[in-house]
Design a protein around this ligand. Structure first.
Ligand SMILES: CC(C)(COP(=O)(O)OP(=O)(O)OC[C@H]1O[C@@H](n2cnc3c(N)ncnc32)[C@H](O)[C@@H]1OP(=O)(O)O)[C@@H](O)C(=O)NCCC(=O)NCCS
Length: 176
């Protein structure tokens, strides 16, 4: 069950977006988030994202093209040492025809959000969870779970295995 707040509107809710958020603030958020999609330094990304209210922990890294919520970035909280994969999307709002729904997104420590995944508003992802690439996360993910698909389902009980020993050696050699 997602944790959402509903704001009813007379016409479709996107029609009223300027009533929900100051357009200048949204423009600022948009510029910062677009900059952070491409700036190579993770430290610079984190610093700018914190400026627009995102709570983001130590060593957390967002890959190229990550789309964070431009309307309510202050509702995003990400822990330490987490990866948000290439072209993933984190939403804290959803404009619907009868009204707007908003909700906090909380992502824990040591989480992998696979490339091209979408996390919907009002969802919490526990520490050390793994979300496979191209997943739609529309409900909470428990700590340590491995989930994937559209919508995301629990894929297996055991924790994600690290690279095989032969692959580890190759990685070490390549990094010299
Ligand atoms: C999470 C991930 C690393 C798992 O890799 P892995 O440990 O090699 O696991 P596998 O690919 O073998 O998947 C394990 C099982 O889950 C299944 N599975 C994985 N993703 C799935 C999905 N989205 N939907 C359904 N099943 C899925 C696999 O088919 C496999 O099933 P099987 O054991 O019956 O063959 C990989 O799925 C992934 O998402 N990689 C991308 C990582 C990424 O995006 N990083 C950030 C980049 S910027």
């Amino acid at each position: 069950m997602r944790r959402l707040t509903f704001f009813p509107t007379e016409k479709n809710s996107l029609h009223y977006w300027t009533h929900f958020k100051n357009p200048l603030v949204v423009t600022r958020n948009f510029i910062v988030i677009e900059f952070c999609k491409y700036v190579p330094s993770m430290a610079v990304r984190r610093a700018f994202l914190r400026l627009i209210g995102i709570k983001i922990g130590r060593d957390t890294s967002g890959a190229l093209g990550v789309q964070l919520d431009i309307f309510f970035p202050e509702k995003i909280e990400i822990g330490d040492n987490t990866i948000i994969g290439y072209h993933s999307t984190i939403l804290c709002h959803e404009f619907l025809v009868p009204g707007l729904r908003t909700g906090h997104v909380k992502i824990g420590n040591n989480v992998l959000v696979g490339a091209n995944s979408t996390i919907l508003a009002g969802v919490a992802v526990g520490d050390s969870a793994t979300i496979s690439a191209m997943s739609l996360v529309n409900k909470d993910v428990k700590a340590g779970d491995f989930v994937g698909g559209v919508p995301a389902r629990r894929l297996r009980d055991k924790k994600l295995q690290s690279a095989k020993p032969s692959e580890e050696k190759k990685l070490k050699r390549n990094s010299k």
